[in-house]
Design a binder for this molecule. Structure first.
Ligand SMILES: NC(=O)c1ccc[n+]([C@@H]2O[C@H](COP(=O)([O-])OP(=O)(O)OC[C@H]3O[C@@H](n4cnc5c(N)ncnc54)[C@H](OP(=O)(O)O)[C@@H]3O)[C@@H](O)[C@H]2O)c1
Length: 431
């Protein structure tokens, strides 16, 4: 128990950075009780010195010069809450090389360069923690690595992007279009002006890569995650889903079985009775299935100033405890499993198909025949006249479990056939 004070260099004083400063001050006494040291913010790196700040800090604390923070021998821990790849990556590397421990909330960086940075941290004898990078205020990474260390996780399903969850909740509840819901999300500050990374599923894919790597003890990259966004979802799709008892969610799925691992992010119809169907607005949740424990679910705010700051502070406390115990940079040697990714022939799910078909005898029989050839059977069939043309009908099919390869083959046949006017949509079904 050597130190009496630990000094922090904070990189970034935006939403999360402000929350970190607020909580370090508000919880000073509780932090002291847990660690035996007082935690002191020594310097804060910002970009724009003229910007008005929601929280005023002591004169001289703010700097625009990274070297004053990275080269300061008094700074023990660097908290990176600036975001983006560069210069954040360089700053973290420099901090580690100078023997400073690092806490980051940067999912983009950790999903792309996590392995490299963790190896550097180990070589430098430093800690590198990143709890806030997935699902903001939900302490999911520690739960998976520590809480589930006595079990074998076989499946994780995450609603890990608040922006898309807000948009889909609004579309479901108010029957508004994707474009209208996105505009509202931007007005409320839930979506960026350029929302591509959220609506295309990339942000969720990065988080799922981190979750799958930790949960399955292997190295999953973003490129291993099959990814589809929510841009093509229509109000009609959602109305049919509702009638059949489903809720649309952008869901990240990480599964492992005897064939290997699959990780995907895609719009998915979740049965209304599944706990994930009740996760609305900007909230996040991660459903984790452990072989021994069975079903568990972790729910909470996936973003925001104070929720995200709590995750950062929790990492900070871990590092400070390690400093006090003299065990920083000490990791159990990881025995990573070899990464075996499943092919489409071993990825099984239920599927929802919405088709516009010629309303005539034998159509359904032909579709059923093609499906039977691929060993696909139907769980639900629903038909109604197509409003646009009385000679056509709208046909909704929900399959039993089928391989992704088989369903894609049937979709190809449907698209080529004369009596199928349009394949409107195809979604995975869960629960
Ligand atoms: N916001 C959330 O709810 C949330 C949730 C989970 C994870 N995260 C992650 O947390 C990180 C920070 O997010 P945020 O929402 O707090 O971002 P933010 O509000 O945009 O704040 C970014 C901060 O970094 C500073 N900065 C940006 N570029 C810089 C540069 N080149 N040099 C020095 N300072 C620079 C900015 O300085 P100025 O103030 O001078 O412009 C600002 O203070 C990101 O990695 C994000 O993915 C955020």
């Amino acid at each position: 128990m050597g130190k009496k004070e630990v000094n922090i260099g904070l990189i970034g004083f935006g939403t999360v950075g402000t929350g970190v400063v607020r909580l370090v001050h508000a919880y000073q006494e509780d932090l002291y009780k847990q660690t035996g040291v007082s935690i002191h913010i020594e310097r804060i790196l910002i970009k724009d010195p003229l910007k008005e700040r929601p929280l005023s800090v002591q004169h001289g604390l703010l700097t625009t010069d990274p070297s004053t923070l990275l080269n300061d021998p008094n700074i023990d821990i660097v908290i990176e809450v600036m975001g983006g790849i560069e210069p954040a990556k360089t700053y973290i590397q420099k901090a580690l090389e100078k023997g400073k421990h690092v806490v980051t909330a940067n999912k983009d960086l950790m999903a792309l360069y996590g392995d490299e940075l963790l190896q550097l941290a180990a070589r430098c004898g430093c800690d590198l923690y990143y709890e806030a990078s997935v699902a903001g205020g939900i302490p999911i990474l520690k739960t998976i690595t520590d809480g589930f260390s006595s079990d074998r996780i076989t499946k994780m399903i995450g609603i890990v992007n608040g922006t898309t969850n807000y948009i889909l909740t609004k579309m479901m509840r108010e029957a508004v279009s994707f474009e209208e819901a996105l505009k509202e999300a931007q007005r409320l500050g839930y979506a960026e002006q350029d929302p591509t990374s959220d609506v295309d599923g990339l942000d969720a894919a990065r988080k799922m890569a981190i979750l799958a790597s930790l949960g399955f003890h292997t190295g999953i990259n973003v490129d291993d995650v099959s990814c589809k966004g929510i841009g093509g979802i229509t109000v009609e799709d959602l109305n049919f889903a509702k009638q059949l008892g489903y809720t649309m969610k952008l869901v990240g799925i990480a599964k492992r079985d005897e064939w290997g691992i699959e990780v995907s992010v895609e719009p998915t119809l979740v049965k209304d009775t599944h706990p994930l169907a009740a996760v609305n607005d900007v909230f996040n949740a991660v459903y984790v299935y452990g072989e021994a424990v069975g079903e568990t679910m972790f729910y909470g705010p996936g973003a925001g100033e104070l929720p995200t700051a709590t995750a950062v502070l929790s990492d900070l406390v871990s590092v400070v405890k390690n400093i006090q115990l003299g065990v920083t940079g000490k990791h159990m040697p990881l025995s990573y499993s070899e990464k075996v990714l499943k092919g489409k022939e071993t990825i099984y799910a239920k599927f929802f198909l919405r088709l516009i078909v010629q309303d005539e005898c034998g159509v359904l029989a032909k579709i059923a025949e093609w499906m039977a050839e691929e060993e696909i059977s139907l769980e639900k069939v629903f038909q109604k006249p197509y409003i646009g043309d009385q000679s056509q009908a709208e046909l909704i099919l929900v399959t039993h479990f089928a391989s992704k390869k088989s369903i894609e083959h049937v979709l190809d046949l449907l698209k080529q056939s004369d009596f199928i006017k349009e394949v409107k949509s195809c979604y995975r079904v869960e629960g």
